[in-house]
Each structure stands twice: as C-alpha cells, then as structure tokens.
Design a protein around this ligand. Structure first.
Ligand code: FAD
Ligand code: SIN
Length: 538
C-alpha cells in the first residue's frame, strides 16, 4: 500500500491554507469558525457539505438552563448513563461549557423553540431534568444550516465538498523521509475527477464523525464509515473503547425506510413502549425508570422482548397525548410517518433498535490533541472521556461544540510552534489499474455489515466475537490485495475503513472481560469494580 505514495514530488499538492479541517459537521465547522478569526482554513468533506450525522439530529442539545437544574445533576446523569467509564474531568469540562455553546448557536441564528420568552426544554432518557434545547424535532438541520451559512460567509474559510480523505500525510510521506509521526495534512480523492490530491497545512483537525454504517441497521447516514478513526489508527494514534457502540432503542421498523429515527423525546414527552403481542407496557419488567431509562437499558429490553416473543418490532405509542401537542412537537416525524400511512396521533409506531452512535474513537485530551503532533480530533470520531460506556442523549452535539472550540483555541494559542509543512510526495497511481470487479466491493460491504450485526450486536458472546474476528481476517487479506491493485474510489476507501473499524470494535470487545454499559456479553455478565478504558495501541 505504501507504494501509492512513492513517485512524483508535489504534483497534485494543494496548499495555501494554515489549517485543514476534515469534515463539515457540527465539530468541523465549529472548529473552522473559531480558527478563521485569525487563520486561513480549508474544510474538506466527502460528498455534500451536509452529508454527516449533524444534519440528521432530531432531539436536541443538552445544557443546564432550567432554574431547578444544576451542573452536578447533569454530570451525575452523564456518569450514570456512561456506567462510570467516563473521565470526570472531561464531563465537568464539557457540561460547564454547555450554556456558552448554546449562546453561541443562538448568536449564529439557530431558531431554538421558546416558551414564555425562554428556551423550551424537552426531556430524554437518562436525564433527571428537562434540559434539551431543540428546534422542533429537526435540531440538527437547523444547526448544520446556521454553521454552514456562517462558514460560507467567512472569507478565511474555503469549503471543499466532494473530497474523500484517504490517508493522513505524515513524516513517512515527506520528500526527504523523516519517519516522524508529525501530521502535515491529508491525501484526498477529488470525487468528480478521480484525482488524488495532497492537501498540506501546519495543523490538521479530524472531524469525520462516527462508524455507524459498520452495522446492517443504523440510524447514521451512508458516509458514517469510520474513515477518520481508521486513518488516525493507520497513522499511529491510539484508539479506545470501540466496543461501546450505541444502539438507539427506537428506529422506525419499515421494510422500505430502513434508518429513520423516532426521537427519544417522544418517550420524554410521554411515549410508551408496548409489546404488540400482549398489548402491555413492558419496561416495568426491566427498569424502574421505565421508558426513560438510559438507552442501553431500553435497547436491551426491546431486544429481549423481540427475542422472547419472536416479534419483528415493538410499539412506541404516544397516541394517548393530545393530537395537536404531538403534531406541534414532532412535525417532521409526523409528516414522515403520514407519508408511510402511520398516524402517530392515533396509532402506535413500530420500532426496533438500530446502531446510532460511536462512543469510542481516537483518543484525545481536553484540547483535542491526539497522540500525533499536528493532528487534532473533535466530535464523534473521538474518545474524549465524555460518554464512557454509553452516551447520555443529546450530549454529542454538545461535545462537538465544546471540543471544536477547544481545539481551535489551542491551535491559536500555540500557533508560533506550528511550522510550514515540507514538500511531500504525490500520490502514485503508476502501478494500479481500473477495477473490472466492482462487485467485490458491494459483496464485502454487505458481508461486514451483516456479520457485525449478528455477531457483534446488542448482546455478545466470546464465540460470536471470535467468529467475527475470523471473518475480518479473511476479508482483510482480500481487501488489502484489491486496494493495492486498483484505482481508489469513494466506495473502496469506505470499505477499507469499514473493515478497519470493524476490527477495532471486535478487538476492543474481546479485551473487555465484563459487561458494562453498551458492552453486554453473556460470557462475562458482571461489571468489574474498577472501570477501565479499552485502549488499543498501534
Ligand atoms: P458528522 O456530523 O457526522 O460530520 C462528519 C463529516 O465528516 C461530514 O462532513 C462527512 O462528509 C465528513 N467525512 C467523513 N469521512 C470523510 C472522509 N473520508 N473525507 C472527507 N470527509 C469525510 N446527537 C445529539 O446530541 N442530539 C441529537 O438529537 C442527536 N440526534 C441524532 C439523530 C440521528 C439520526 C443521528 C444519526 C445522530 C444523532 N445524534 C444526536 C448524534 C450527533 O448527530 C452526532 O454525534 C454529531 O452530529 C456528530 O458530528 P460530527 O461533526 O462529529 O460528525
Ligand atoms: C434522539 O433524538 O433520540 C437522538 C438524541 C441523541 O442521539 O442524542
């Protein structure tokens, strides 16, 4: 694979920017806007600028804003949901900065819902108070639009969609080989021309989102293939807690529409989970917090109910609430369901759990530093210590804003230490050809997602994890061989990263000899006294 970086010098090198941000979601654009106060920033994104999870977020953003609420309560709820694996220092750091993050979004023009002159706060599972600010049930789209509008208007920011990052440029790719782990930017595919460009800068910020698409059923968008996590790992950064993949309890069950989320706020506003066979609420058999228990608990309860009764789905019912209240609180969901022939004001919604969020990722500190000099990481691609073994609802957009700003602040404060990038080698395609067997990509993509769902899902066993490990090994040989011989396209880049991410998840899962939070294994059902991160060292 290294031979791809062997030939002409700087042929397709694009520079002229101080910092490169990879990803245009909440984390990347927050960092870019803060950096652009002083520096020239290039933001690249795979596909369109709105292709990440941010645009899909429904429920909202958690912050202590209510008179009766306290930072201590938000910290406690976050640690309880995270099953004690969270880093307290990070949790305190993020939660204390949440009200400021909301103020900045209001200043950017995000039209949060209000009631009697104050921000309206909704409630979600695991939260002991109402503390979720939102824009109806489409918060993410409002946030993404406001950030993009500000970034587009900023003369110091260049937005470059249609660029799929392939690998980080490090000391290994310098014209005069240094072998240092220093990151100088990224090789990225221009998806329109098929050319690979080297984008170099003094600092690089990874904001590539999660890896949800490694599972057959996921609420995450098509491009959530763990690219940033895999790139950082290949470049030598540590990755942690990848076994903590979050499954959202309530994804719409529909044979055509496979990844439509029904926000947790439906349960927060009174929605009940019902077994369609018995017609009875079932959460009382699993947890005293009923439908508002943390998501890992609710997802496991639904999974158990589905398996025990041989069901295809369970029901989420909010039809006992006033119909106007339901329509005005959940206009996007109501409209979508009506288009599929379901009237949520009158009948229950069929739901199943689906992968939703990647809690683990590239290890960072409070400033977004990774292990590699010159490389920062922010947002869902990271393991910051905030979420522990299970993310509390609506804490992830918040993490994007706090760490996006923190990374930018650190780069600005230490700018004098960042030197000009050296000349780097251009991408070498002299020994690859066009593939005549694209079917290999589709077949392997489907296979990975299916065995990850079946063997590395909500309830795990060592035997199933070992089976997945074996499949990954066989596919790694096949995909490495394919990657080395054929010209890259976005599908191949994603497939390679999907497989690398699957391997990291399975390795972490096999290392954890206990059940904690999202990692539940029948072979080690107990939770150990001491909570420890699963850290993988390249
Ligand atoms: P993303 O928004 O996913 O952006 C990733 C960016 O990286 C994109 O621009 C993408 O194109 C780019 N990218 C990826 N790979 C490459 C590559 N190889 N080269 C170039 N660019 C690349 N969280 C909450 O807090 N509240 C909610 O209500 C909420 N609801 C959600 C609902 C849904 C359906 C989903 C899926 C998630 C939800 N989440 C919610 C989680 C939250 O939306 C995400 O964690 C958050 O938006 C992640 O932001 P990000 O900036 O890290 O990544
Ligand atoms: C939801 O609206 O249920 C998703 C909230 C989240 O993922 O934080």
């Amino acid at each position: 694979m290294e031979r791809r970086h062997g030939k002409g010098v700087g042929m397709w090198t694009r520079s002229g920017h101080d910092v490169i941000v990879i990803g245009s979601g909440a984390a990347g654009l927050t960092a870019a806007l803060a950096l652009a106060e002083k520096l020239r920033v290039l933001v690249i994104a795979k596909g369109s600028l709105t292709g990440g999870s941010t645009a899909w977020a429904q429920g909202g953003i958690a912050a202590v804003l209510d008179a009766g609420d306290t930072f201590d309560d938000h910290i406690r709820d976050t640690m309880v949901a995270g099953a004690g694996l969270n880093r307290l220092e990070t949790v305190e750091h993020v939660i204390a900065r949440a009200p400021h993050a909301i103020d900045r979004l209001v200043a950017l023009g995000v039209p949060f819902n209000t009631e009697a002159g104050a921000l309206h706060l909704t409630r979600e599972g695991g939260h002991s108070h109402r503390r979720i600010v939102h824009v109806d049930d489409a918060t993410g789209w409002a946030v993404q639009s406001a950030l993009l509008e500000a970034a587009s208007a900023n003369p110091n920011i260049t937005l470059l969609p249609g660029r799929a990052a392939i690998d980080l440029i490090t000391g290994r790719h310098e014209e005069k080989y240094s072998g240092s782990g220093r990151v100088w930017g990224v090789y990225a595919l221009d998806e329109a021309s098929g050319r690979v460009e080297a984008h170099t800068a003094r600092a690089t910020v990874l904001a590539t989102g999660g890896a949800g698409r490694v599972y057959q059923f996921s609420t995450a968008p098509r491009g959530a293939t763990g690219d940033g996590i895999a790139m950082a790992w290949r470049a030598g950064a540590r990755v942690a807690n990848m076994e903590m993949m979050q499954f959202h309890p309530t994804c719409l069950y529909n044979l055509e529409v496979k990844n439509f989320l029904i926000t947790e706020a439906v349960r927060g506003e009174g929605g009940r989970l019902i077994n369609p066979r018995t017609g009875k609420r079932f959460m009382e058999f699993y947890d005293e917090r009923l439908e508002l228990a943390p998501r890992d608990v609710v997802a496991r309860a639904i999974d158990a109910e589905i398996k025990r009764f041989g069901l295809d789905y369970v029901h989420l019912d909010i039809s006992h609430m006033d119909a106007d209240f339901v329509r005005t609180h959940f206009p996007t969901i109501n409209e979508k369901l009506l288009s599929l022939g379901i009237d949520m004001t009158k009948e229950p919604i069929p739901v199943v759990p689906a992968q939703h969020y990647t809690c683990g990722g590239v290890m960072i500190d409070l400033h977004g530093h990774t292990d590699l000099p010159g490389l920062y990481a922010v947002g869902e691609c990271t393991e910051s210590g905030l979420h522990g073994a299970n993310r509390l609802a609506s804490n992830s957009l918040l993490e994007c804003f706090v760490f996006g700003e923190a990374a930018a602040a650190d780069i600005l404060a230490r700018w004098h230490e960042f030197i000009e990038p050296p000349t780097v080698r251009a991408w070498d395609e002299s020994r690859v050809t066009d593939s005549d067997e694209e079917v290999v990509i589709k077949q392997n993509w489907t296979e990975i997602r299916r065995f990850m769902w079946n063997y590395v899902g909500i309830v795990r066993t060592t035997k199933r994890l070992e089976r997945a490990k074996h499949r990954i090994k066989l596919l790694t040989d096949e995909i490495d061989e394919y990657y080395a011989h054929f010209r890259v396209g976005t599908d191949l880049i994603e497939l390679r990263n999907l497989l690398a991410t699957a391997e990291l998840i399975v390795r972490c899962a096999l290392k954890r000899k206990e059940s904690r939070g999202l990692h539940y294994t029948l072979d080690y059902p107990e939770t150990l006294a001491e909570a420890k991160d699963t850290v993988l060292v390249p």
